[in-house]
Design a binder for this molecule. Structure first.
Ligand SMILES: *[C@@H]1O[C@H](CO)[C@@H](O)[C@H](O)[C@H]1NC(C)=O
Ligand SMILES: *[C@@H]1O[C@H](CO)[C@@H](O)[C@H](O)[C@H]1NC(C)=O
Ligand SMILES: *[C@@H]1O[C@H](CO)[C@@H](O)[C@H](O)[C@H]1NC(C)=O
Ligand SMILES: *[C@@H]1O[C@H](CO)[C@@H](O)[C@H](O)[C@H]1NC(C)=O
Ligand SMILES: *[C@@H]1O[C@H](CO)[C@@H](O)[C@H](O)[C@H]1NC(C)=O
Ligand SMILES: *[C@@H]1O[C@H](CO)[C@@H](O)[C@H](O)[C@H]1NC(C)=O
Ligand SMILES: *[C@@H]1O[C@H](CO)[C@@H](O)[C@H](O)[C@H]1NC(C)=O
Ligand SMILES: *[C@@H]1O[C@H](CO)[C@@H](O)[C@H](O)[C@H]1NC(C)=O
Ligand SMILES: *[C@@H]1O[C@H](CO)[C@@H](O)[C@H](O)[C@H]1NC(C)=O
Ligand SMILES: *[C@@H]1O[C@H](CO)[C@@H](O)[C@H](O)[C@H]1NC(C)=O
Length: 874
């Protein structure tokens, strides 16, 4: 068996030199045999149905098919090699969901197949959702192809990470999945993360999602055949065909179903919703202190101060620059911040400098860095010069990482951070492939054009490294590639240049990252297969390390690189964007995809833009837009003009106004995030999530819902003071005046919007528990009472909820969950009222008294939220 397989591989080696593109269409596909049907499952054998075409590696002769009706809304289809040698995404990177096998006749989805050539369809009632007869199935040692038909002009979303429109293009479109340090986040290229899930919204008929659980490099093409038939095609460098199909009556339900596959997102602490300030290029600890002071002087609430790699001693992780960021002063700064209910966060990278430093010595001793095949350390070049990379698959790595965190971020002796920022974890490597001389790329002043970007110069020269260093290798590779049943990868693959080429914008697979033929410790996974998991493995390990420092609180971790399911560990910022209007606009589509479709709700873009100089107008608009991201941080690049909100009076005013609103709404958004962390119901949503039958909303990615109740309609053009905003057939209320506005399924031009203002509307049918006033910190905010804002819907009813806990505990002992409903002129308050001191309502505002002069009614009413009650507002 194994022998004949190897023979095939060598044969393929010869075939590859032919003309693969023409032979791919000659591939014979598979035929089905040995079908076994259970009530909620099906298994079968798939056998190559003719002469191997060996186009991009060898055709595998024997496959297996597994179909599981996992729930009444989810169906799992797995096509894998009979020998189970082929790499499968390890459970440690993404735990598999249990199947609660349901009878197939109870499922909303159904699976059917054709015997020869094998193809399958997934249908919902009579509607075909997925039909793989669009081409023959190809399953080769280094290439998989599966193509499904799509409806004409489909509404497709997802397939991140990208900076293309939220509704994906339907013609001539390629989405490449290969995590990359993508400075300036160019559109139509692969960016930092991999989320191989798409949603197909069919209006009245419902929404379904297709999650392709595969971490290999791939090109997903959305296109038409020459005869105009619409399709989606997976072209994958390895792994197995592992699909989860899920359906909902609307997009929200589909998102909820996805959360059941990849995991519910992490709940965040209350303070994390405050405003964050960062920049690359703060000179020293005194400058940090000055920024904190300047925010305070400008009366702009600053919740958290951040520091980029500047704090490190010559860019080395887990070190402090002794002159500019000395430990004693850093501890003073952090203590000052903590005493003022403010927080502090720094960046950590996965690349460790090989120069003499504790993190390196400890890592070498524990054997947790990546190694070349001959046992020497694999070296690249990142910020500190020559570096080695942490191997997240090594079973000793967690101890190492915890140890470094305990030492460097020690509350008593180190930098007592409150959250963590992890970067460069695609992983990024400045040494272009083939990286034969990393030292040549160690001086960031002198980076070659092939580096991911024109990197700004380093504030001081970077050191060399000990050239004759020969560490001892302690690595253990448990199982060799190719072992039967190991699922760690076929032997004899070309892990550097596979015959099929994906459209990686960086070029070769190993370009500007870790070389793809590196084999990880432990099971022995190849970087070729696991590259896209690197950032998420780091995220999970960092979460454990942060929890080991502070076991009782929710760790805030913001990462650049993500894979499906990362939201259960971390949040995400959109990476190195640009201070320009296109990036301001596209940030909306990007945050919506992450928050609602990928289940990473803690997300935001660098406010005012990272690369290049911002402008007063852009920064002013962005200060307001960013207040409606979940993660709200101003961040800027070294060498650019300062863009702290206090730099311009208009920006300061815009920020103060927007932060005032954001803070008053924190409990509403905290409640919504809590719900998402429990149920997967997304709260930051595209318009079509709430109006799934209104086709005018399907491609709108310039307006969005902040929670179910607030429609955000920012001005999106430079030099403009108006916005053409869409209002579905529903009732809305102006946030600022309370004035009712009847939407008629048409655009309404909102005008005279000065640059410190952002249009907000409350959607009828909602009750918002807002704080009655804002504060300079979220700690003070929690002392303020509530205003209940009732916005009746067209049916004169409304509802809302409020979740309260201590704001920080991983497992809060006392929680309050209140439901508000309004009908017949009466406000009903019910729920679980916890045991802490009750929240106080100070004011109730009833909007748009239709039939009664359209005026709002506000009553000052002090009410303890301590038990069920009713308030008559007639
Ligand atoms: C569903 O299938 C089961 C057996 O698989 C059968 O007993 C049952 O009657 C079927 N129900 C319907 C509604 O067809
Ligand atoms: C799937 O597509 C093929 C054409 O490739 C078509 O003949 C077949 O009817 C489709 N199957 C279903 C269930 O619609
Ligand atoms: C497809 O897109 C590529 C690159 O974006 C472009 O060069 C080519 O002309 C397009 N082809 C068609 C058929 O539109
Ligand atoms: C889309 O299809 C057209 C026509 O078949 C082809 O020319 C083009 O290259 C395809 N685009 C992609 C991205 O595959
Ligand atoms: C893609 O980026 C280019 C360059 O910034 C820009 O001109 C173009 O409008 C963008 N395309 C889309 C569809 O956003
Ligand atoms: C703080 O504000 C002062 C006075 O406006 C200004 O001169 C200084 O540059 C500011 N410092 C920083 C770090 O923004
Ligand atoms: C080990 O392999 C690496 C990468 O191929 C190479 O650069 C290095 O010189 C080798 N070391 C020894 C001692 O052979
Ligand atoms: C940003 O502004 C500074 C100061 O005016 C200037 O020196 C620099 O060249 C500008 N950068 C860019 C990218 O325009
Ligand atoms: C906005 O106005 C400025 C100054 O008049 C001009 O330079 C810029 O091109 C305008 N931008 C647009 C998009 O019209
Ligand atoms: C509303 O305006 C936007 C932007 O100007 C436009 O793209 C959209 O088609 C308009 N929608 C309707 C329903 O007119």
């Amino acid at each position: 068996m194994l022998g004949s397989f190897l023979f095939l591989v060598f044969l393929a080696g010869a075939a590859v030199t032919g003309t693969p593109q023409s032979s791919i269409d000659q591939c014979p596909g598979y035929k089905v045999s040995n079908v076994k049907k259970g009530s909620g499952s099906l298994t079968a054998d798939l056998t190559l149905a003719g002469t191997p075409c060996n186009s991009y590696g060898a055709d595998l002769k024997n496959l297996k098919l597994l179909v599981e009706y996992q729930t009444d809304q989810r169906l799992h289809v797995l096509i894998y090699d009979a020998d189970e040698q082929v790499y499968q995404v390890p459970e440690v990177a993404l735990a598999r969901v249990e199947s609660s096998e349901v009878a197939s006749n109870k499922s909303a989805l159904s699976f059917d197949y054709e015997e020869e050539p094998f193809s399958f369809t997934i249908s919902r009632d009579d509607e075909v959702l997925f039909n793989t007869s669009a081409s023959s199935l190809v399953f080769q040692s280094e290439y998989l192809r599966l193509r499904t038909w799509l409806p004409e002009d489909p509404y497709l979303y997802g397939l991140g990470e990208h900076s293309d429109p939220m509704r994906l293009p339907t013609d001539n479109y390629t989405r490449t999945m290969w995590n990359r340090d993508a400075y300036t986040t160019p559109n139509r290229t692969n960016l930092y993360g991999t989320h191989p899930v798409y949603y197909d919204h069919r209006g009245e008929a419902g929404t379904h999602g297709v999650f392709f659980l595969n971490s290999n490099g791939m090109d997903i093409k959305i296109n038409r055949t020459t005869t105009g038939k619409q399709y989606l095609e997976y072209n994958v460098l390895g792994g197995v065909l592992d699909f989860y199909f899920f359906t909902g009556t609307d997009p929200k339900e589909a998102s909820i179903e996805y959360s059941k596959v990849v995991g519910l997102p992490a709940m965040q602490s209350y303070w994390t919703f405050g405003f964050h300030q960062c920049r690359y290029g703060y000179r020293d600890v005194y400058e940090l202190a000055e920024v904190v002071y300047n925010y305070s002087q400008a009366s702009i609430p600053l919740e958290t101060m951040w520091t980029d790699i500047d704090y490190m001693d010559r860019r080395r992780v887990f070190t402090l620059d002794p002159e500019r960021f000395p430990l004693e002063k850093m501890r003073e700064l952090v203590t000052y911040l903590h005493n003022h209910d403010q927080h502090y966060i720094v960046m950590v990278d996965p690349a460790v400098s090989v120069s003499d430093n504790e993190a390196y010595q400890a890592g070498v001793e524990q054997g947790i860095f990546l190694h070349n095949q001959n046992g020497s350390l694999y070296e690249g070049a990142v910020w500190p010069g020559v570096t080695v990379f942490v191997d997240w698959f090594n079973s000793d790595t967690q101890d190492y990482w915890n140890g470094e965190f305990d030492r460097f971020f020690n509350a008593d002796t180190g930098v007592d951070i409150d959250g963590l920022w992890i970067d460069m974890n695609e992983a990024s490597n400045f040494c272009p492939y083939p990286c034969t001389d990393p030292a040549a790329f160690a001086i960031s002043d002198d980076l070659p054009p092939a580096a991911p970007a024109v990197r700004p110069s380093s504030p001081r020269p970077l050191p060399g490294f000990p050239a004759d260093f020969q560490p001892t290798s302690k690595r253990s590779v448990k199982r060799a590639q190719g072992e039967k049943g190991a699922k760690i990868g076929l032997p004899h693959r070309n892990l550097l240049s596979p015959p099929y080429t994906i459209q990686n914008a960086a070029g070769a697979l190993s370009m500007s990252t870790i070389q793809t033929d590196i084999i990880h410790s432990g099971e022995g996974y190849a970087e070729y297969d696991t590259h896209n998991l690197y950032g998420t493995m780091m995220s999970a390990a960092s979460r454990v390390a942060m929890q080991s420092r502070r076991p009782d609180v929710r760790p805030l971790i913001i990462t650049r690189s993500t894979y499906a399911g990362a939201g259960s560990h971390v949040g995400h910022w959109l990476g190195d964007n640009v201070s320009d209007w296109p990036h301001y606009r596209i940030s909306i589509a990007q945050i919506l995809s992450f928050a609602s479709m990928f289940q990473i709700p803690m997300v935001g873009a660098d406010v005012c833009g990272f690369a290049s100089n911002t402008t007063e107008e852009l920064c002013s608009r962005w200060a307001a837009l960013g207040a409606f991201y979940t993660f709200y941080r101003n961040h800027n690049e070294l060498g650019d003009i300062s863009q702290e909100f206090y730099v311009w009076p208009t920006v300061a005013e815009s920020a103060r106004k927007a932060i005032d609103i954001r803070y008053r709404l924190i409990d509403y958004i905290y409640t919504s995030l809590h719900r998402q962390s429990q149920t997967g119901e997304p709260f930051l949503q595209p318009m079509f999530y709430l109006y799934p039958k209104d086709q005018n909303t399907f491609a709108n990615d310039l307006q969005f819902f902040y929670g179910d109740a607030i429609l955000v309609s920012p001005v999106t053009e430079e030099n403009s003071t108006s916005v053409n905003a869409y209002f579905p057939d529903d009732i809305f209320y102006d946030w600022y005046t309370g004035a009712a506005m009847r939407g008629h399924g048409a655009n309404i031009t909102l005008s005279n919007i000065d640059i410190t203002h952002i249009p907000l509307h409350i959607r009828g049918g909602n009750i918002i528990p807002a704080r009655s006033s804002s504060a300079m910190t979220t700690t003070d905010l929690r002392e303020n009472g509530f205003e209940l804002i009732i916005a009746p819907g067209l049916d004169e009813t409304a509802s809302g909820s409020l979740y309260l806990d201590d704001g920080d505990s991983l497992e809060p002992s006392h929680t309050t969950e209140i439901e508000f409903t309004y009908s017949g002129g009466v406000l009903h308050i019910q729920g679980n009222f916890g045991q802490g001191s009750p929240a106080k309502v100070e004011k109730i505002t009833l909007l748009g008294q239709s039939g009664k002069s359209g005026k709002n009614m506000s009553i000052a009413k002090t009410l303890d939220l301590s038990g069920p009650t009713e308030v008559n507002l007639k």
